[in-house]
Design a protein around this ligand. Structure first.
Ligand code: ASP
Length: 583
């Protein structure tokens, strides 16, 4: 028996008990006549004591030889501590050691295994197994497991069954590149790793399984923008005989359950907003509604003066920053510089201070009357003490810039409270989006999403106007889930492929299996997938998904611990019928 108790378990009530503990040496404190050792395991830290009076001299010498992160086992008895440590759950007791066994020695770790470590991110990733010994990382992994368990419990109780789908498949387009795997047995042929189990879950519906879910790895080869991972985990779900409303209700239920079970937060019915409204009011399709600062379009009331910048703009749009009138000139210049950085790319910003006496002081006083500025304040909902910030230019670009400013202001004003949870559904997404470079249309969600009833014909005349039965679940400014009601009719799916630029042959070659299946009695169906990594991070009140993944990859898609990806040897290439290009 390696241990009778864990290192987080023993209390005053255990005094007098003989125990066996195993764990890692966190710290050794040698006071000459007495040596203390902090012993750590997943559950906590327990103090061990070796002293000249009560333990043998041999044992004391042994204890002195222990180094950080040695793995040891001790026998001893629980005694009351002379100086108690109220910070530690086990702080009232210590173990008077009678037997010490070194189970394994350890090299000095490259960083301290403490909550606040001295190790930089790269070093910690290289030695991730040591990083996992640290409380913050360990706690995150335990937290993730708890969330996953709640998901499974809830969905199972609702009659969903978890089905595993294959990883070696054919491309399922979710808008990224595929990772491919060469097939040795089929020379010159490749599997694709799933960007999602989309087509399989639809086939499960054709198979009559009716309510499916899976906590599943998905793989997307895309340039890794901040905080994305090439492999990530989804809670993937599908239901048959459902309309959009049924899916929204089912997964609002799941989200509400998670918020309650994990954070003890109760949320009313989730608000819903159309895609168009979200873009118009918040400048993007995943608005953070924990705070206001809604967009007000000012074209009508700002374009009738001599201010050419506004007059020539497609959109003039503003927000009211609460309390912002108090920003100093220097602070406002700082904000403008921030907006002008290439990442945001604004040309400038017009601002109006709404003063406490009801008057206005703006950066465009030369062009506008007090009455004009008052109108802007009213339109944006600014109160005395607020700052109205106005951007102008091409519509989409300006919205994106103002949306960035809105988030930045919220950040600076401390309005992005991680303890607050504001979910909402964004619905009625466009079915297609245009690639401005090529002029081609892509599915905004994926090619299996159904257009709104009665809008199929619009595809020929005004494709961008077609709305889809597609929805996103947004939490605190993050898209945590997205899904759609699917096409379940072969003919409609064919039309869709055609509009996406697939020839009939291409569609058949790539998705013939799905079209075939639709001929054998496909029920109406729809579903959703949640990004588990992000959901866990948000529920944990944190921002970085990497912190909730046991073995994440870095921004270049590398696992620096195992050093992957890596070259493969010639024989393996040959076996796979592959040759590397020699440029
Ligand atoms: N397959 C979709 C995705 O990964 C989700 C869905 O439509 O259910 O985003």
């Amino acid at each position: 028996m390696y241990r009778s108790h864990t290192c987080g378990e023993l209390r005053k009530t255990h005094i007098g008990t003989d125990v066996v503990l195993s764990g890692w040496v966190q710290k050794v404190r040698d006071k000459g006549f007495v040596v203390w050792v902090d012993l750590r395991d997943r559950y906590g830290i327990t103090q061990l004591v070796f002293d000249e009076e009560r333990t043998s001299a041999v044992l004391l010498t042994e204890a002195r030889k222990l180094g950080r992160e040695f793995v040891i086992q001790v026998h001893g008895s629980v005694i009351e501590r002379a100086s108690k440590n109220p910070q530690l759950p086990t702080g009232e007791i210590e173990i008077l050691v009678t037997e010490l066994k070194v189970l394994n020695s350890a090299l000095l770790p490259p960083f301290t295994i403490e909550d606040e470590t001295d190790g930089g991110a790269d070093l910690r990733m290289k030695y991730r197994y040591l990083d996992i010994r640290r409380n913050p990382v360990k706690e995150n992994l335990i937290f993730r497991s708890k969330v996953a368990m709640e998901v499974r419990n809830y969905l199972s109780a609702q009659g969903f069954i978890e089905v595993e789908t294959p990883y070696l498949i054919k491309s399922t387009p979710e808008g990224a590149r595929d990772f491919v795997v060469p097939s040795r047995m089929n020379p010159g042929q490749f599997y694709a790793l799933p960007q999602s189990p989309q087509t399989f879950k639809q086939l499960l519906m054709v198979g009559g399984l009716d309510k499916y879910f899976q906590i599943v790895k998905c793989f997307r080869d895309e340039d890794l923008r901040a905080d994305r991972q090439p492999e990530f985990t989804q809670i993937d779900c599908e239901m048959a005989f459902v309309e959009q409303e049924d899916v929204l209700n089912a997964f609002e239920g799941l989200t509400r359950h998670l918020l309650k079970a994990i954070r003890n937060v109760e949320v009313d019915k989730f608000p819903r907003m159309t895609y168009d409204e979200a873009v118009q009011t918040y400048g993007n399709d995943k608005p953070d509604i924990r705070f206001d600062m809604k967009f007000a379009e000012l074209n009508k009331i700002a374009q009738h003066r001599n201010f050419q910048v506004f007059n020539s703009a497609e959109l003039v749009v503003g927000i009211a920053v609460p309390g912002g009138a108090a920003f100093t000139r220097k602070e406002i210049d700082g904000i403008i510089d921030w907006l002008k950085r290439p990442q945001i790319g604004a040309k400038g910003m017009v601002y109006v201070r709404c003063l406490e006496d009801g008057s206005f002081k703006s950066s465009v006083d030369k062009f506008y009357e007090q009455e004009d500025l008052k109108n802007w304040a009213e339109a944006t909902g600014a109160k005395p003490g607020d700052l109205v910030c106005v951007l102008s230019g091409e519509t989409d670009v300006t919205r994106t810039q103002l949306s960035a400013l809105r988030m930045e202001m919220a950040e600076r004003l401390g309005l992005r409270n991680p303890e607050e949870f504001a979910p909402l559904w964004v619905v009625d997404f466009p079915l297609l989006e245009k690639d401005e470079e090529t002029g081609d249309y892509h599915a905004m969600h994926h090619p299996f999403t159904s257009p709104k009833p009665g809008q199929l014909e619009l595809l020929d005349t005004d494709p961008e106007a077609v709305r889809a039965n597609a929805y996103d679940l947004v939490l605190n400014g993050n898209e945590i889930g997205g899904g759609s009601i699917r096409i379940h009719d072969k003919k409609v799916q064919g039309i869709m492929f055609r509009h996406l630029g697939f020839s009939e042959e291409e569609a058949k070659a790539q998705f013939g299996f799905l079209m075939d299946a639709f001929q054998y009695g496909a029920p109406p169906h729809g579903g959703i997938a949640f990004g588990l990594d992000r959901l866990v991070a948000i529920l944990g009140g944190q921002e970085t998904i990497r912190d909730f993944i046991a073995f994440p990859k870095n921004n270049s898609g590398r696992d620096v611990m195992i050093d992957a990806p890596a070259p493969i040897d010639k024989d393996q290439l040959e076996e796979l019928n592959l040759r590397l290009r020699q440029d």
